[in-house]
Design a binder for this molecule. Sequence first.
Ligand SMILES: Cc1cc2nc3c(=O)[nH]c(=O)nc-3n(C[C@H](O)[C@H](O)[C@H](O)COP(=O)(O)O)c2cc1C
Length: 411
Amino acid sequence: MAGKGFTVKKDWDNPREHAMPEGVRVPPEMRIGPVAVSPATVLAPMAGVTDTVFRRFIRHASVFTKDQGLEAKDQRTEIAAVEESVTNAQSGCGLLMTEFTSADGLSRMREAKRKRYLTFYDDEHPIGAQLFGSNAETLAEAARIVQDTGFDTVDLNLGCPAKRVVGCNGGSGLLRDLPKIGEIFRTVRKAVTIPFTVKFRMGWSDTQIVCVELARMAEAEGLNAVALHARTREQGYSGQARWEWIASVKRAVTIPVVGNGDIRTPEDAAAMVAQTGCDAVMIGRAAAANPWIFRQIAQYTATGSYDHPTFSDRHHMIRAYFEMLLAEAEATKDLPRDARLGETAGKMKQFATWFTHGVPGGGRLRKSIYQSKTGQAVLDQVNGFFASQPVEDITLDSASAAFSETAYMCD
Ligand SMILES: Cc1cc2nc3c(=O)[nH]c(=O)nc-3n(C[C@H](O)[C@H](O)[C@H](O)COP(=O)(O)O)c2cc1C
């Protein structure tokens, strides 16, 4: 652990080799109660990342721009392409999740302020909102707000390892108190009719692994699905995710089980399904380094192979995302303009860091981006960088290494 969060070095840089499963692929659909998740892939909740812009970017922009014949230089073309209607099946992402939101904060906030945390657009369905907290009644109240706002599912976070969350007994802190979790399950279940799910780690530590028992409790209390990030709280992000525990959870319950941890490629996704029998796969870090991953999984499922984005695909992708971020910052009025634009510039810097790892000359770009003061300046740097590069194909594998240098506040 380092500073305020977890430093993620570890085996992300040394991915496990998987024997390729013969014919096993990510399932075409998983049902969470009445909600169809098709294909059976989920964008993991990621604080500071999976806001409405990123989610829509994943849902819509997972299209290879070269397939769209998008060579026009008109900036509007990029956003138009992103906003083209794309079905879940085409985008490859069956369910989007929000960043985690404090149940305590949500239930105390005025309605106008809630919007900031719970904003989503029609084209994000199906979408689940994730809550964290430790008080059953407060979580139930927040779940009602989530339901009234129109979310398809509500999810409870039992995985976040951040000290400030664990300190209030939220996130993975609750993994040490199963009776309390039981009370929360019951109270929230009674409060809402939309599907209720839970995302958890295996347990607090290797001597306190509770995931199988927890999944059984979830099923007994009427939850509609469980998602396991196959690490303990103590493990942070170190080592490999232990997929064998996803298999154990799957054997223990009949409600759908979503597997999560260390999927970086379509082959990994298929291998997780083959090794664990999970009903769906959830992808976090790889989606930020490689937003095409859901589309690649769909392609791999259909054909056994998949395309790799070109250098110019990468440019289109990052430009489209940055333009969406800037447009959203101009459109939302919930913070003073300077604060909104400052926040946007921060997100752009963070994303550029992940997205340009493994790109030749990416280090230089990242350095200049960090000196930029505004979002527009970041975008100009990115445009200048891509315009000055020889066009060449790169693969994305090394791009995910970015996470080895990042400190996470959450989970
Ligand atoms: C930047 C970041 C923020 C995260 N925030 C959340 C969160 O809000 N809620 C949650 O349940 N997990 C959160 N996680 C954990 C991910 O959802 C996921 O469980 C974890 O990254 C493992 O999956 P992966 O190997 O596909 O990245 C976060 C992870 C990262 C990297």
